[in-house]
Design a protein around this ligand. Structure first.
Ligand code: CTP
Ligand code: MG
Length: 238
């Protein structure tokens, strides 16, 4: 029993949402009667191990928040017994590393960590379960990703220089699932590198090859104003 790894969720939620052009960080914008962040957290908190309705997946959900954030303490979910608040960092990777360090006394090296963007409120339990089912015996871990349906072009100075083989290019989503110690080491060693925009890229830089698990196209990241309407539509459809 003690050898069974635990599962932890880390939710970076310390961004300012510049591209959203709103009066507050995008994770606090309203979406069907709740904030974006409340949707995201309630999906993680209620995620159950496949086929065991009573077994919650995550031991805790660690949320990385800016120190001066006035919105977070106002949300009831900030007091949830399985929510842990950690300090946000300068870049997304800093926020994730801060979340990892916050649970260093509770997490075992072998435990699994699923990092999920606060700005992806449409993630489904089925996607979380599929990621875990496919990777729980994997030596490295991996990520949810989407195949590209469009033809892809390589471009230089506004002119196409080549077509890219579509089967070789995937769009990286979250959650991204790695072992606690490996992920902590990878983010520590690559700290400050601007090329590290997700967890997988930190492991890639160290020579690992994270696995791909095909995710759902409705797991969008709210990035620009029009994405809120799209997220509303997807939540209604699900
Ligand atoms: N994030 C974070 N800490 C940072 C920067 C980003 O925790 N220093 C989080 C965001 O809150 C978001 C996720 O990382 O949930 C993905 O980042 P992104 O979509 O780029 O969000 P923002 O950085 O807030 O948006 P923008 O880049 O438009 O400013
Ligand atoms: Mg950003």
């Amino acid at each position: 029993m003690s050898n069974q790894p635990h599962y932890w969720a880390i939710v970076p939620a310390a961004g300012v949402g510049k591209r959203m052009l709103a009066d507050r960080p995008k994770q606090y914008l309203p979406l069907r009667g709740q904030t974006v962040l409340e949707h995201t957290l309630s999906r993680l908190l209620s995620a159950k191990i496949a086929d065991i309705a009573s077994a919650e997946i995550f031991t805790a959900v660690v949320v990385a928040i800016t120190d001066t954030d006035p919105y977070w303490p106002e949300l009831d979910v900030s007091k949830h017994p399985r929510i842990v608040t950690a300090a946000g960092g300068k870049e997304r990777a800093d926020s994730v590393l801060s979340g990892l360090k916050h649970i260093r006394d509770r997490a075992a090296a072998n435990d699994w960590v699923l990092v999920h963007d606060a700005a992806r409120p449409c993630v489904t339990p089925a996607d979380i379960q599929a990621l875990i089912a496919q990777l729980q015996d994997d030596p490295v871990g991996g990520i949810l990703a989407l195949a590209s349906h469009d033809t892809l072009k390589q471009v230089q100075n506004g002119r196409i220089t080549a077509s890219v083989d579509r089967s070789r290019v995937w769009r990286a989503l979250t959650p991204q699932m790695f072992r606690y110690q490996l992920l902590t080491d990878a983010l520590t060693q690559t700290a400050g590198n601007p090329a590290i925009t997700d967890e997988a890229s930190a492991l890639e830089l160290l020579g690992y090859k994270p696995a791909i698990v095909e995710g759902r196209p409705d797991n969008i990241k709210i990035t620009r104003p029009e994405d809120l309407a799209l997220a509303t539509f997807y939540l209604e459809q699900q």
